[in-house]
Design a protein around this ligand. Structure first.
Ligand code: SAH
Ligand code: SF4
Length: 383
């Protein structure tokens, strides 16, 4: 089986080049390959004109540069773009690009499904299938850059505006449950010979795996978002069941430890507002007490409903009231704009629709403006 060079970090690629018995030095070769793949978007060796022809031919026999297999590419009226990627054995994950005036954010998936079963999350409802490989994780950034034309003119690392300026590990899956592959992929995101993003512009979102969060602080401290969603353990045990293992107090202590090494001096707490569940005045006040002592910002997320979730989005008045209470207490609290609603650009939602084999779902998908569509016959089910 040929090795997929897209998923090799600097050290692995250098070791790979050493195995080729290469002269000039293997480090130099590894850098050349990194530039071609990650900064020029190469998907074959033939274009690598600064590498000798015999070596290119040898590479072509031994290795591949394999990006994701794209099942569906949809664009929303507001510029949000969403790719549904086939990861084999009937599973699909998604990647979402969200353009804004001053930045472009790519939301990347880390697992097919998720084992943590947060009660309001479509991905959690699908159960866990498997970890994505490093190549599948970094391949999402590679592919999105390609699709968005970022490689044309190769403006990476030259100080010009980048199409994708920020990456958030907020797609499907729990990134800290796929620690090694996620860290390898993030190291490529940060590497100046690959994507060269600053640590502040790469954000990992976790539901709170405390030991892994401590490991991340040492291995690859990037900006941190934590899915809080409740002001106390009783409610968080229901919404985010991993809380039974790592309760709020332990999680917040880990957040404070993380900030020692973090590129930002605050943690972003995500709080999805669910109608009548966690959006009351009393819960807003309790939240203020709970996060006391942790330098933080709070991002209030309107719930993205999905069929059979049993939850509803909080009323606009409740959202405003909740936010005002936090602001009056001196906290920084923002409300996330819903983006790409017409393509269901929320965590786990499009893949959730693929799992739903009813005719109603098919009709709904048919109304989505499809930019490019490949037969999805082999990939019908996400368990
Ligand atoms: N597993 C990680 C990252 C992926 S989810 C985590 O849980 O943090 C990214 C964010 O979207 C999390 O805060 C998650 O709780 C939230 N989320 C999941 N389903 C949602 C939904 N239907 N509506 C709104 N937010 C949701
Ligand atoms: Fe998994 Fe995050 Fe969804 Fe929870 S919210 S089920 S951790 S993807």
């Amino acid at each position: 089986m040929p090795v997929n060079l897209l998923g090799l970090g600097r050290a692995e690629l250098t070791a790979y080049c050493a195995n080729l018995g290469e002269n000039p030095p293997r480090r130099f070769r590894a850098r050349q390959l990194m530039h071609w793949m990650h900064q020029a978007g190469a998907d074959s060796f033939s274009a690598m004109t600064d590498i000798s022809k015999p070596l290119r031919e040898r590479l072509a026999l031994d290795a591949v540069i394999a990006g994701p297999s794209v099942m569906r590419d949809t664009a929303a009226a507001d510029g949000t773009r969403k790719w549904l990627l086939d990861v084999g054995t009937g599973n699909a994950v998604e990647t979402v690009f969200i353009p804004e005036t001053s930045r472009g954010t790519l939301c990347i998936s880390s697992q097919a499904g998720c084992a943590l079963e947060c009660s309001f999350c479509a991905t959690g409802r699908q159960g866990f299938n498997r970890n994505l490989t490093t190549a599948e994780i970094i391949g999402q950034l590679w592919w999105a850059n390609k699709c968005l034309g970022a490689y044309e003119g190769a403006n990476n690392n030259k100080g010009e505006a980048r199409v994708i300026s920020n990456v958030v590990m907020m797609g499907m899956g729990e990134p800290l449950a796929n620690f090694d592959n996620v860290v390898s992929a993030m190291q490529l995101m940060l590497d100046d010979d690959a994507y060269g993003l600053s640590r502040r512009r790469v954000t990992l979102s976790t539901s709170g795996l405390v030991p892994a969060l401590d490991r991340l602080r040492e291995a690859c401290p990037v900006a941190l978002a934590v899915s809080l969603h409740a002001p106390n353990d009783t409610l968080r045990n229901v919404l985010v069941p991993i809380n039974k293992k790592y309760p709020i107090r332990e999680l917040l202590a880990a957040c404070v430890r993380y900030l020692d090494k973090a590129p930002r001096d605050f943690v972003m707490f995500e709080y999805t507002l669910l109608d009548g569940v966690n959006d009351s005045v009393a819960q807003a006040r309790e939240l203020i007490e709970t996060v006391k002592g942790v330098p933080c910002k709070i991002n209030l997320i309107p719930f993205n409903p999905f069929e059979g979730s049993g939850y509803a989005r909080s009323k606009p008045d409740a959202v405003r009231r909740f936010q005002e209470i936090l602001l009056r207490a001196g906290l920084v609290a923002t409300t996330r704009k819903t983006r790409g609603d017409d393509i269901a650009a929320a965590c786990g939602q499009l893949a959730g629709q693929v799992a739903d084999k009813t005719r109603r779902a098919e009709r709904r998908l048919a109304r989505i403006p499809v930019v490019e569509k490949e037969p999805a016959s082999a990939v019908g089910v996400v368990p």
